[in-house]
Each structure stands twice: as C-alpha cells, then as structure tokens.
Design a protein around this ligand. Structure first.
Ligand code: HEC
Length: 319
C-alpha cells in the first residue's frame, strides 16, 4: 500500500512537471559542444578566447550594456586576459593603457567654466557606461533596461552556457514572415514565425505550420525566461519554449573582425564573449583553483603524517 502511494505521488509529480512545461518555460541551456576550458577542478580560462571576448564586448555589447564593476586595469591583473608579467602593476602596462584610452570618459571634476570634459580613459577608470543613467538607457531601448553584465554569468542559471545559447538561439531572421493586420481601421505589420520551420527547437518543433506572433520591439528566443502561449496560434498545450526580450539578435557571422585572425562566426563570438563574461564574474577563478588544489595536497600530506604518528604513539598500548 505504501509503495503504491509513493508511486502515485511520483506519477502525480511527473504529470505536474509535464503541465509546467506546457505552460511555458524555456529551453534547457546546453552550452557549446566542446564545453568550457574553465570547468572542472583544474580548469583555466582560455586567455586568447577571453581576449577576443573583450573585443566582442567592446565592439558590440558595450553600446548598450555597462560593466560597472570592472576597471580597465582588471584586464591586466594576474589571471586577466591581458596580464603581462613584465608589468606587475597593470597601470603601467602599455597595452592596457592603450585599451583604456580607446574609451572616452567624463572627468570627475568640472573645468574652469563648470562643465565636465571628456578625456581618454586610464587603466584606473571603470568601464565606460553606455548611458548616463537608467532612464536614458530605457529610452534608447524601447523601454527595456539592458542589464549590467559585470556579474551576469553568476546572475543567471547555467551562467556561460545560458549566455552562449541565448546569443546563438534566436531564429534566423529569414524564418519570419510579414503579416498585415487591420486593427481599428489601421494597418499594422506583424512579424510571425512558422515554428515548424525552426529546426533548432528539436523535439519541441510542431509538425504542421503553427505561427508565433512576435510583439513589436520584442524578439523571440527559446532560452529566454517567459511564456509564449498568448502569442502562439498553434496548440496552446505545445507552445514553443522560451519568451520574448527587447534585445534583437546581435551576433551575425563577421560582426567583428578579430585582431588575432580567428574567423568571427556567430558561434565563435558567442563562445568568446561568454567566456569573457565568465572571467569578469570570477576574475580570481584560477587563483582560487590553485589554492584549492594546494590545500587538498597539504591536507593529504597532513593526514598521512598524523596517521603514522598516531600509530607510533599508540604502538605499545593495547587497544
Ligand atoms: C542595441 C542594444 C543591445 C546590444 C548591442 C546588446 N544588448 Fe543585450 N540586452 C539589451 C536589452 C535592451 C536587454 C533587456 C531585454 C529585456 O529584458 O527584454 C538585453 C539583455 C541582455 C541579457 C539578459 C537576458 C536575460 O536573461 O534577462 C544578456 C545576457 C545580454 N543582453 C547580453 C548581451 C551581449 C553578450 C551582447 C553583446 C554580444 C549584448 N547583449 C548586446 C540590449 C542590447
């Protein structure tokens, strides 16, 4: 009887999990096929990738997203992508200085006429903010606030995997059709996606043409948290996973030209920028892992020593 009850409870649980899926939810992030080099007990960042990721952030993301916890000098600190042992103090590192100087920041103090001048940034400056304040940021982004990316990898489940999948998960723009609708005597244009053609959805893909209506200024992404049911014209129990966000797809092949000659495919840029953001979220990861390993090694030696001294001390005692 008891077994039966436990079984029944389990089945009920499963049924509710199924319902939860039908009512929305986003696609489970899987990240890049090859995984991340910084995973595992000894994993470390791929320096070249973090460097390229900074380039992607600078040339693409930084026009909307700030990283206010970061200073340019962090890029040249031990564990950072542009660390050079010849310059233990990153403020002296000419490369870091040059990277900083590519950005204009506002002086903290006014000039003689009471105005604030702009000047090239120095390593000690925080990353340049794309907007003077949140209101300006919202106004430029259709009311949505582009979140700060300093600790984004820690702020979202599946961290770097999520960033990678979100950036590469949008349906190709060619999959959308334009539709004319009449509303209160006005002609409106809608973007609709035939979900059955969106192959990346895998098992979630319906067999027959089923349209998802994209709200104006919003973009469908299967990894974004949300609920697509209200916008889905197909079977509501099988609405596609994911939701809508105010960020248009950003990474298209060749969007940046990598200075190290790597081919800038959308996937490569997503991989690099996600790894850069992972580093920014935890710049001391490598030091932490090194300390952890040394601590474990020390504890192992200590345990062995203690074991043998215990044996030695109690050698003659019957116990
Ligand atoms: C044109 C402006 C713009 C650019 C460029 C841009 N974003 Fe966004 N991003 C936004 C806006 C606006 C939002 C908020 C969307 C919302 O909440 O609906 C956002 C949200 C995000 C989110 C959070 C999604 C979530 O889970 O809430 C991440 C992560 C992100 N962007 C990463 C990036 C990365 C990485 C780049 C560069 C490759 C980038 N963005 C470039 C405007 C932009």
């Amino acid at each position: 009887m008891k077994t039966f009850r436990i079984l029944a409870a389990g089945l009920m649980g499963l049924a509710f999990a199924g319902l939860a899926h039908a009512a929305g939810g986003s696609k489970h992030p899987h990240g890049p096929e090859e995984g991340w080099p910084f995973e595992g007990v000894t994993g470390q960042f791929d320096k070249a990738s973090v460097q390229r990721g900074y380039q992607v952030y600078k040339q693409v993301c930084s026009s909307c997203h700030g990283m206010k916890l970061m200073s340019y000098r962090n890029l040249g600190e031990p564990g950072g992508p542009f660390y050079d042992p010849a310059y233990p103090n990153p403020n002296d590192n000419p490369f870091v200085k040059a990277l900083a100087a590519e950005n204009e920041v506002m002086n903290a103090t006014p000039n003689d006429t009471g105005e604030y001048d702009y000047r090239p940034a120095m390593p000690a400056d925080r990353f340049r903010a794309p907007f003077p304040n949140d209101a300006a940021a919202r106004a430029a982004n259709g009311g949505a606030l582009p979140p700060d990316l300093s600790v984004m990898v820690k702020a979202r489940h599946y961290g770097a995997d999520y960033i990678f999948d979100l950036m590469t998960g949008y349906p190709d723009p060619t999959l959308f059709e334009d539709r004319e609708v009449q509303e209160n005597g006005e002609t409106l244009y809608q973007k609709v996606l035939d979900v059955s053609k969106f192959e990346k959805l895998g098992d979630y893909r319906p067999e027959h043409t089923s349209y998802l209506v994209q709200p104006a200024g919003q973009y469908y992404n299967p990894y974004m948290a949300g609920d697509t049911t209200p916008n889905y014209e197909g079977d509501p129990r099988h609405a596609p996973p994911g939701g809508f966000l105010a960020m248009a797809p950003q990474l298209t092949d060749g969007r940046v030209e990598y200075t190290d000659g790597t081919e800038a495919t959308a996937e490569q840029m997503a991989y690099d920028v996600a790894q850069f953001l992972a580093w920014a979220s935890e710049p001391k990861l490598e030091a932490r892992k090194r300390t952890g390993l040394a601590t474990m090694a020390f504890l192992l030696i200590l345990t062995t020593l203690l074991w043998f001294s215990y044996k030695q001390i109690w050698r003659k005692v019957e116990h």
